[in-house]
Design a protein around this ligand. Structure first.
Ligand code: AMP
Ligand code: GLY
Length: 420
């Protein structure tokens, strides 16, 4: 099989490393890919959001199966475009990707089908949002842009001034473009956050091992929100009782609801959960694998990933018995100094070769490029260093020992991944 993976981050690198283990996969292409990915897959110079260009490439190259991982191509309909061209694809349809592409869609789905989530209101008018927040006088107030916003569309406003500023930049300055046509204002929930990624073919739901992201840029959860600075799996807070409850109250009802709405979800559905005193509630859905959650979840997968993706696409997931290893994984993200704000790129990365054969360490490339055999930084999140162990302390130890040996100018990483 010739497989095309669409995307370019650490998540895609993790997917590709797993696909490369499959006996069924003969050759992997990645569009647009990155420096590290180019070692295992043929890099294709087509933008992830270029539907026409991607289909043309896939047809010309005789691609047998496409894997669409990032949110924006999915929301644009990349999986539909591939299928329409006769190329089977892993990833939800454009209609199903709305579960991430529109917070208003996701919230009304949960309300309609009684899926536990934070209480909310929807607004189209900036003046009305501010009036509402002023009247409610409940802080922190959670303000969410309706559409995709590079993971930056959520503002937790501590006071009215911050709320006003957020509404102004989302709805008037349009920092996220059309994504700010509407906003959701919701109740602030407290509790431990857990991410559960699940394979689903719209009939069966197969949750993966749970994980926990660290979204803030600096230690002790300080600084701005990022795409994710590190992850651990499994989450120690996600007990078997909770898993059972989430399956009954959240996972199955969500997949059923999507079917009833006429947009069955097939692919990887990401449940962002918060474990409140009243029980688990959904804070977000993503229509795809998380990044960097994938970098700790997939290394623990024992079953052939390609077999699973194929079964999801063909709606035969129920036939598989997916196996996970009992160990733990931890990923530390090495970022460019300044990320998620302004940062420089083009710095050579040293210490990578020492990690090549290091047992229990996997180096995933996120923002790198390869030039004359040298890896250079090329993005905000540069590398994800995953450590594997029998338990979390061992996994963290592996990840941090490796992270210390890899360096580039102005490297920044959190020292407290997995501490809490
Ligand atoms: P998201 O971009 O949807 O992943 O949201 C970013 C982060 O905002 C989440 O990981 C939570 O930490 C936080 N968040 C989102 N919604 C809520 C909420 N209703 N209550 C408390 N925190 C929230
Ligand atoms: N790490 C969070 C996400 O992928 O949305």
């Amino acid at each position: 099989m010739k497989v095309l993976v669409i995307g370019s981050g650490g998540r895609e690198h993790a997917v590709i490393q797993k696909l490369a283990e499959s006996k069924e996969v003969e050759k992997i292409y990645c569009a647009p890919g990155n420096g590290g990915i180019s070692v295992q897959a043929t890099q294709v110079d087509v933008k992830a959001t270029d539907l026409e260009g991607m289909v043309a490439f896939a047809k010309k190259e005789g691609i047998d199966f496409a894997v669409v991982t990032p949110d924006d191509p999915l929301v644009l309909g990349m999986a539909d475009a591939m299928e329409a061209a006769g190329i089977p694809a892993f990833g939800p349809s454009k209609a199903a990707a709305q579960i991430e592409g529109s917070k208003v869609f996701a919230k009304s789905l949960m309300k309609k089908y009684g899926i536990p989530t934070a209480k909310y209101e929807v607004f189209q008018d900036p003046g009305e949002v501010v009036n509402y927040i002023e009247r409610e006088n409940q802080f922190p107030a959670v303000i969410k842009a309706d559409g995709l916003a590079l993971g930056k569309g959520v503002v937790i406003a501590q006071n009215l001034e911050e709320a006003r500023e957020a509404v102004h930049s989302i709805m008037e300055d349009r920092i996220f473009g059309k994504s700010g046509n509407q906003v959701v204002v919701e109740e602030f929930l407290t509790g431990k956050e857990v991410s559960v990624l699940a394979f689903t073919d719209s009939h069966t739901v197969a949750p993966m091992v749970s994980s926990m992201d660290h979204k803030r840029a600096y230690d002790n959860d300080e600084g701005p929100n990022t795409g994710g600075m590190g992850t651990i799996a499994p989450s120690p807070y996600y007990t078997p009782e909770l898993a059972k409850r989430c399956m009954e109250e959240i996972f199955l009802p969500t997949v059923e609801a999507m079917k009833k709405e006429g947009c069955p979800f097939k692919g990887c559905l990401y449940f962002g959960l918060i474990l409140t005193e009243q029980g688990p509630k959904v804070i977000e859905y993503n229509c795809r694998f998380g990044d960097p959650e994938t970098q700790v979840v997939l290394p623990l997968l024992k079953t052939d990933l390609f077999t699973i993706m194929r079964a999801v696409r063909d709606e035969r997931l129920g036939e598989l018995d997916i196996q996970w290893s009992d160990g733990a994984a931890a990923c530390v993200v090495l970022a460019s100094g300044g990320y998620p704000k302004k940062y420089e790129t083009g710095f050579p990365i040293s210490g990578l070769d020492q990690q090549d054969d290091c047992p229990g360490v996997i180096v995933y490339h996120a923002g790198t490029k390869r030039q004359n055999g040298v890896f250079l930084t090329a993005g905000g999140r540069v590398l994800g260093i995953t450590g594997l162990g029998k338990d979390l302390p061992e996994a963290l130890d592996k990840a941090y020992s490796a992270a210390e040996k890899i360096t580039f100018e102005k490297v920044h990483y959190r020292r407290d991944i997995g501490k809490k």
